[in-house]
Ligand binder design. Structure first.
Ligand SMILES: NC(=O)c1ccc[n+]([C@@H]2O[C@H](COP(=O)([O-])OP(=O)(O)OC[C@H]3O[C@@H](n4cnc5c(N)ncnc54)[C@H](OP(=O)(O)O)[C@@H]3O)[C@@H](O)[C@H]2O)c1
Length: 211
C-alpha cells in the first residue's frame, strides 16, 4: 500500500521511516522538497519523492499531513480536489513557535485542531487525528516495542478512516487504540490527558475508560 507523507520535518520524517520499514511505500513532499529528497535517499526504494503536494497524493491510499498547524489550511486548499475518498491523517497540534522559541496556542481554549480541520476538508475526505500524540523521539524509540507493544491513540468519526489508520499504526510498529470521535481529539493534543504517553494496550483502555 502507498501513503503520501506531506511534511518531512521532525515528525513527518520519523512517520515516513517507520511506515517504510513496516513495508509501506511512501510518497514524500515538503516545502522545497530538499528534506523530502534527503529522507527518500535514506529510506531507499520504498520512498518516492513527489514533484509537489498534489503529485504526492496521486495514487496514495492515505495522506499524512505532517505540517505545522499554520500551513495546514493552505496545503489542504492546494490539494483539496485530490482528497475526495482519501484517508487524511493529521498529527498536528494547534501551536506556533516564534523566532525566540516562544510557543503559543492558536485556537481558543477547548477547541481542538481535529474539530477545526473537519471544517477545512472537502466532502468525501476521511479524517482521522493520529500520529501526533508522541514526540518524534518517543515515537521512534517506542515503535516495535516488545513484549507489549506501545499504543498510538487515534480519533475519528469515520469507519473507513478507522480501518486504514489501524493498518498504518500497526505498520509503524504500534498498537492502535481509538479514543472516540473527532470531538475527543483534544485529548490527544498537547495539554490533553493522553498526550505523550507510552502505554500498553491494557493501560490505554483503562485510561480511556477512566475519564
Ligand atoms: N516534532 C514532534 O516531535 C511532533 C510531535 C507530535 C506532533 N507534532 C506535530 O506535527 C506537525 C509537524 O511538526 P514538525 O515538528 O515535524 O515540524 P517541522 O519539523 O517544522 O516540519 C514541517 C514540515 O512541513 C513542511 N512544509 C512546510 N510548508 C509546506 C508546504 N506548503 N507544503 C509541503 N510541506 C510543507 C516543511 O518542509 P521543509 O522540510 O522543506 O521545510 C517540513 O518538512 C506539527 O503540527 C506538530 O504540532 C510534532
Amino acid at each position: 500500500m502507498t501513503t503520501a507523507v506531506i511534511g518531512t520535518g521532525g515528525l513527518g520524517s520519523v512517520i515516513a521511516r517507520r511506515l517504510a520499514s513496516g513495508g509501506e511505500t511512501v510518497r514524500l513532499a515538503s516545502a522545497d522538497n530538499e528534506s523530502a529528497r534527503t529522507l527518500a535517499s535514506e529510506i531507499g526504494q520504498a520512498a518516492v519523492v513527489a514533484v509537489g503536494n498534489r503529485d504526492a497524493v496521486q495514487g496514495a491510499d492515505a495522506v499524512v499531513l505532517a505540517l505545522r498547524f499554520a500551513v495546514l489550511k493552505s496545503v489542504i486548499d492546494e490539494i483539496a480536489h485530490s482528497l475526495t475518498e482519501k484517508i487524511v491523517v493529521v498529527p498536528s497540534n494547534p501551536l506556533s513557535t516564534d523566532a525566540q522559541g516562544k510557543v503559543s496556542h492558536l485556537l481558543p481554549k477547548g477547541k481542538s485542531s481535529g474539530e477545526v480541520l473537519a471544517g477545512w476538508l472537502p466532502a468525501g475526505a476521511h479524517l482521522v487525528m493520529a500520529f501526533g500524540t508522541l514526540s518524534a523521539d518517543l515515537f521512534e524509540s517506542s515503535s516495535n516495542r516488545s513484549p507489549k507493544p506501545a499504543v498510538l491513540f487515534y480519533a475519528t468519526d469515520d469507519e473507513r478512516a478507522s480501518e486504514e489508520v489501524e493498518r498504518l499504526i500497526r505498520t509503524a510498529g504500534f498498537e492502535p487504540v481509538k479514543v472516540g470521535g473527532i470531538e475527543q481529539s483534544g485529548r490527544l493534543e498537547v495539554g490533553g490527558d493522553l498526550h505523550d504517553l507510552v502505554v500498553s494496550p491494557a493501560e490505554a483502555r483503562s485510561l480511556i475508560g477512566g475519564v
